[in-house]
Design a protein around this ligand. Structure first.
Ligand code: BT5
Length: 324
């Protein structure tokens, strides 16, 4: 049943803002005109604005860029990731909620998403600014069968998935700043936070937190972020659909996760390195122990940055801020 609605939505998308006749819709989808009408009534109940005009047919009015569980679900092309959605208007942190869901047995792929976070978190004790209505604040519960020490690979995998989703949705080409920042024109558009729940040496779940600045204007950012943060709207110079972006992130994540579980980390690592802005360059890594300058040759399988110093010695950088 929901597949018919999905087909109708796709037909609207292909029509690119033009009217489609009921007859054409019925033919494309393979059902009666009455059935088309009924499904459109259902779509309206779900918040889609469909105009019906005699002799012209139906028109899907561009909706208000509002997030909702149904909109997410209806255009989703995945089998697992995002198939169960918990949507909220406002929460403290989707990460916190997702952890609770995971502990209570939520299944692989469960998505927690909120229009606003009042206590969004970054790594350590940093805050993640998550205003209402303009960003994508989401956490995905995954349950891959991998040993604990491999979970950092999922952070790198997620960064690749988000970049590919941003490319597919907006045509923009972001880069990765090691370890987990996604940048456009040198400014942070997305942050990723992965946290693991384990028992003995088994991964119970990994909570992948993703925060993307989507439709903020420059002036919407607090002062301390204005020079370091950006949004997709600022960079693409147009409003971007959060729903579409979210669906693309779920899709890319599922594809990459399947590839990873079948063939291992190597192809993901190659992709990651191709997007990374520091690999193959002279960089300075500021760590807790001091600053080290050298040539960033790549990452290892644990996601550790490999820095070749002038002496020829290769250093492993586990945690640092990078200056290019
Ligand atoms: C991160 O931390 O980049 C991970 C952010 C993860 C956020 C998601 S949203 C959904 C889920 N629920 C949560 O509660 N969290 C996850 P880190 O690398 O530590 O970067 C944090 C730093 O980024 C801050 O100290 C600020 O300097 C900067 N920052 C904060 N909010 C930002 C924003 N909206 N855009 C760009 N930069 C921001």
């Amino acid at each position: 049943k929901s597949n018919v609605r999905k087909d109708i939505l796709n037909a609207f998308r292909n029509a690119k803002g033009e009217y489609i006749s009921g007859e054409k819709l019925a033919k494309e989808i393979g059902c009666s005109r009455t059935a088309v009408w009924k499904h459109i009534e259902e779509l309206k109940k779900e918040g889609f604005q469909v105009k019906a005009v005699r002799k012209k047919g139906y028109l899907l009015v561009e909706h208000s860029n509002k997030l909702s569980a149904n909109e997410i679900y209806l255009g989703l092309e995945t089998e697992e990731i995002g198939r169960t959605v918990h949507f909220y208007e406002s929460v403290s942190s989707t990460q916190k909620l997702a952890k609770e869901f995971a502990l209570n047995g939520a299944k692989h792929g469960t998505l927690v998403v909120s229009d606003e976070q009042t206590e969004g978190r970054g790594r350590l004790v940093r805050q993640w600014y998550s205003p209402k209505g303009t960003g994508l604040w989401m956490s995905i519960i995954v349950r891959p069968e991998i040993p604990i020490q491999k979970t950092p690979q999922l952070t790198l995998l997620t960064a690749v998935a988000v970049i590919q989703a941003i490319e597919a949705t907006t045509g923009l080409h972001p880069t990765i700043k090691w370890p987990n920042d996604i940048l456009i024109n040198g400014r942070k558009v997305c942050g990723i936070l992965t946290e693991m729940q384990a028992e003995e040496n088994r991964v119970q779940s990994v909570i992948i937190g993703i925060g993307v600045n989507v439709n903020q204007n420059k002036a919407d950012f607090p002062e301390e972020l204005q020079t370091i943060a950006t949004s997709l709207k600022i960079e693409a110079d147009k409003t971007v659909s959060r729903t579409k972006l979210l669906q693309n992130i779920c899709y890319q994540l599922e594809q990459l996760l399947n590839e990873y579980l079948h063939t291992g980390f190597k192809p993901i690592k190659q992709l990651w390195e191709s997007y990374a802005n520091s690999i193959g360059k002279q960089i300075t890594a500021r760590t807790a122990k001091g600053s080290y300058t050298g040539f960033a040759i790549g990452i290892n399988d644990e996601g550790v940055l490999l820095l070749k110093q002038a002496s020829g010695e290769v250093m492993e950088i586990y945690s640092a801020d990078i200056d290019l």
